[in-house]
Design a protein around this ligand. Structure first.
Ligand SMILES: Cc1ncc(COP(=O)(O)O)c(C=O)c1O
Length: 478
């Protein structure tokens, strides 16, 4: 029994712009493999009939049949007489890309816990926790002490905040998801950066958004002219942005661009969901910036500030938050129950103790990220001279590397087969763009970074060879 099916049009939408230099049957099967590896389509679901998919994609049936055969041969599909083709994951693969069993994890750009976590795990914390045993132990708004600590954190950064403007969430991912569900109606246009944080794209799509993007590049940052004309033309309901430090490019928006951004959003009546989960990850940036809303005090668009303890303190605590008006928070709280009931009290007690020390923690992070950035830059210059590491990377989680050739998918699939788990460039776009890019997390300890990049250097020539050998083959499978 299969668990469900995916129709030809739904699969076409998921595939995005999958065509590249490789022959169509290969590019198609590679993109389906990636969707499976990224969890964007599940294993054990019925694929569309060959004829239906061929019509939806404007291909010959022979090409789709060849793509399905290639998926079967690699273990990503099975077919039984009379019951069509069903997606699968090869037995050798782990279901989720979690490090362990000798796997190298370049998928998660996250740091281990701050050293200060051990310090606060003391009797005082346990005493406070014991006092909670007579309560239900979780709450859907956030503990008053934590909301106060978060409000103080914003105030100290130049954005005066009252605890009533804070809603505590299960990490910022849940905040992004809930805010999208509260604000976006099916079919609404939502603006986001291209590339952007993939789980935000997924959350926005879940809410029914039609996503429009404008570019952010490693060299030039935000294309403000394109952004302004897109806001003017499409009047997006919501804009989802990461001004510090943009994931995956690591860019930080200039003060002037922030002003232009807010003016464009205001003129288009667009609500801004600003994701500042990575804002504390400054390595050696020349200029620091207050939270985005500090520029709009007394006017401007409605802004929801989304942030989290995950990047500075520890992702394992799963504490995030939204700063917004109490009326907006009530709207968000109203959609909460169906997906994310509440946040556990224990983790909130921990974050309440650590948040006031976040500047001290930022120092620790600075050293870790500097070591990761420098190790990745050196290893790439030495081992992968075709690749371009960003000339300036002064903060954030990752380096958005240019491979110099549209081979991201090929390389990622080869790396997966050798136990190195990494997200391909197209995962960071809405339409399959970014085949020339790869996100290298600088959060990984230098020795693992080196090890992973050595493996990629070993695989890189074969990614090239596969692509060119297959181009010779192009035309034989039409
Ligand atoms: C930009 C950005 N926003 C949000 C998140 C979600 O993190 P969390 O739910 O742990 O706060 C991440 C995680 O990598 C991220 O990179």
């Amino acid at each position: 029994m299969t668990r469900g099916r995916i129709g030809a049009r739904a699969l076409r939408d998921q595939l995005g712009d999958w065509r590249g230099d490789a022959p169509a049957y290969e590019a198609l099967s590679d993109r389906v493999k990636l969707l499976l590896l990224d969890g964007r389509i599940s294993a054990d679901i019925r694929m569309p009939a060959e004829r239906e998919l061929a019509t939806a994609l404007g291909l010959s049936r022979t090409t789709v049949a060849a793509a399905y055969r290639r998926l079967r041969e690699a273990g990503y599909a099975t077919s039984l007489q009379g019951s069509g083709t069903t997606t699968a994951l090869p037995r050798t693969r782990v279901e989720r890309p979690i490090a362990g069993d000798g796997l190298i994890d370049f998928v998660h750009a996250s740091l281990p816990a701050t050293k200060l976590l051990a310090e606060v795990m003391n009797d005082d914390l346990l005493d406070d926790f014991r006092c909670q045993f007579s309560t239900i132990g979780y709450d859907g708004v956030g503990q008053p002490e934590l909301r106060q600590a978060i409000a103080d954190w914003y105030t100290s950064r130049g954005l005066p905040t009252d605890p009533g403007e804070i809603l505590v969430t299960t990490g910022s991912q849940s905040a992004i998801h809930m805010a999208a569900r509260a604000l976006v109606a099916r079919g609404d246009r939502v603006w986001a950066e291209g590339p952007s944080y993939p789980n935000a794209f997924d959350a926005l799509r879940d809410a029914g958004a039609r996503i429009v993007t404008t570019p952010v590049t490693v060299d030039d940052g935000w294309d403000m002219d394109a952004l302004e004309s897109t806001f003017q033309r499409t009047a997006p309901t919501v804009a989802y942005t990461m001004p510090d430090f943009h994931n995956p490019t690591g860019r930080s928006m200039s003060a002037d661009d922030r002003r232009r951004f807010l003016e464009a959003a205001d003129a288009a009546c667009t609500t801004v969901n600003v994701d500042e989960a990575t804002a504390e990850l400054d390595i050696d940036r020349a200029e620091t910036h207050p939270p985005l809303g500090a520029l709009a005090v007394g006017g401007g668009p409605e802004i929801l500030h989304i942030s989290s303890a995950s990047k500075p303190i520890w992702g394992g605590l799963r504490i995030g938050w939204i700063r917004a008006t109490p009326a907006m928070l009530r709207r968000i709280a109203a959609v909460r129950g169906s997906s994310d009931l509440a946040v556990p009290v224990f983790e909130q007690l921990v974050v309440t103790r650590l948040l006031p020390r976040v500047d001290e923690i930022a120092e620790e992070r600075r050293e870790q990220l500097r070591a990761g950035r420098d190790a990745a830059r050196e290893a790439i210059a030495e081992l992968l001279p075709d690749w371009t590491f960003p000339a300036h990377l002064d903060g954030g989680l990752a380096a958005w590397v240019n491979l110099g050739a549209p081979l991201s998918t090929q390389l990622v699939l080869a790396a997966h087969a050798r136990g190195l788990l990494i997200a391909s460039g197209p995962r960071f776009g809405v339409d399959g763009a970014f085949e020339r890019n790869l996100r290298i997390p600088i959060t990984v300890p230098p020795e693992y970074l080196r090890h992973g990049l050595e493996l990629m250097a070993e695989l890189w020539p074969s990614a090239h060879r596969i692509a060119s050998a297959d181009s010779d083959y192009a035309g034989t499978v039409a």
